[in-house]
Design a protein. Sequence first.
Length: 353
Amino acid sequence: MGLKVRILGFVERLGQRTIEVSERPIRRIPKTLSLEERLELLKKLQEDITREKETEREEEVEKLIEWRKKELEKSFSHRFSEFILRRFRGPVESFTRSIKGLNYDLFRANIRMSREQYVALMIGVSIFTAFFGFILGILIALPIDLSVMLGLLGFIGGFLYMRNYPKFVWRARVVEVEKALPYVLRHMASLLSAGVGIAESMVSVANADYGPISEEFELIVRDMHGGTSFEDALTRFEEKMASENVSRVVKQILRAIRFGGNLADILYKLAEDFSFEYRMKLVEYIQKVNGIAFVYMFITIIMPTLFVVAILAASMMARSVVMPPSALAVILLFGFPAISAMVVFMIKRSEPR
């Protein structure tokens, strides 16, 4: 009988301890229950505690995953620049003040990054290119001083490229905007002909998938929602693009709004003019490519053959090798392909925009 009382006392204390760990205000186990009923109730309590802990752990994991997803939504360049900025904020901010016009370049390129973040990215990329240049010098067995010089050139090259990168992006965006302009004008003109307002038609273009011009129209709509007038928003867009075609469109829209006129017909006419100009440029481009095709064939096929024949003939006449085989291999494997690549690059650059 005494043993049974001690066992029941131990079970009761164990139950109280389990209840304290769970931090739940559960009532004390009644003493009127049998030993088997108490053990069964304790088992259920422990299962509830385990289930609650698993639920809390799952919620924590879900929160962690959600936070990680939000972090990964940022591009690697943003996260890399923020990493550098957190550790070298003072020098980066001091250096940022010495760079003029960076804010305007970032604005025109639609790079959504602060000046400090972009300068941190510039420094990070420059350090990476310097390290790459130094390692390349070591791998090709250059002296250590030349490897350091190559690393320094890599740093300067990386810095200059990143400084001018917003300008490259802006020019590419202008090209894409001009390409999509005829389609956008027809889109807006069809909506205007159906009785839709100019602002609503611009919202429709912003929601469509026309590339950079949809992004620019979204910024115009956002400016107007922020209190900027329609005329100021369009003028800012014109100044940002600095394109003759965009300037023509903006001026025609503003003139039609100020003095009246059928804006839908005006936009249709502009779209036709741009399409006609592009077709004319395309015809000129095809004629130019036909002329360059012979030059390209001569450089890639005929010139290397003539060069090898000339070297062999000169060697036979001189009864000695006039050019080492290694130099000949370098010219054939790298020299002529480099010239061919330059011709292809020139053809690509002359492509109508």
